[in-house]
Design a protein around this ligand. Structure first.
Ligand SMILES: [Zn+2]
Length: 124
């Protein structure tokens, strides 16, 4: 079992990036909706600074995501298990720590399900 990509840091990074975008959108929306005059400029600067800070933290979090093969930062953060991605540099499978290493799905799950289908067909 080789090293794996941290799901936690992927989610931290994605959350921070979304919070950054939300802060920016909220700042712009509030600036449009409320006519705050001089106070509006302060709000806008604060909002943009907050968004920038959150984006910096998101980038810092992605630095924790490294290819298990070559150690380069080639991992695109994924919120949950889905399509298996591969490192563009070394071709290693980017397996997260909540995923199985081999892509083959176990056949054991089809057994009881097939029996259940047979029974329901018998009842009709
Ligand atoms: Zn790699």
């Amino acid at each position: 079992m080789g090293p794996k990509v941290s799901r936690m840091w992927a989610r931290v990074s994605l959350s921070l990036a979304m919070a950054s975008a939300a802060a920016l959108v909220l700042t712009l929306a509030l600036g449009e909706l409320l006519d705050l005059g001089p106070a509006g400029a302060g709000l806008a600067i604060g909002g943009v600074l907050l968004a920038g800070l959150l984006m910096l933290l998101a980038v810092a979090a992605t630095a924790r995501l490294r290819c298990p093969g070559c150690g380069k930062q080639t991992v695109r953060p994924q919120w949950g298990p889905g399509r298996r991605l591969y490192c563009p540099l070394c071709g290693a499978a980017l397996v997260y720590d909540d995923e199985e290493e081999d892509a083959a799905q176990p056949e054991a799950a089809s057994g009881p399900e097939r029996e259940e289908r047979w029974r329901s067909g018998f009842r009709d």
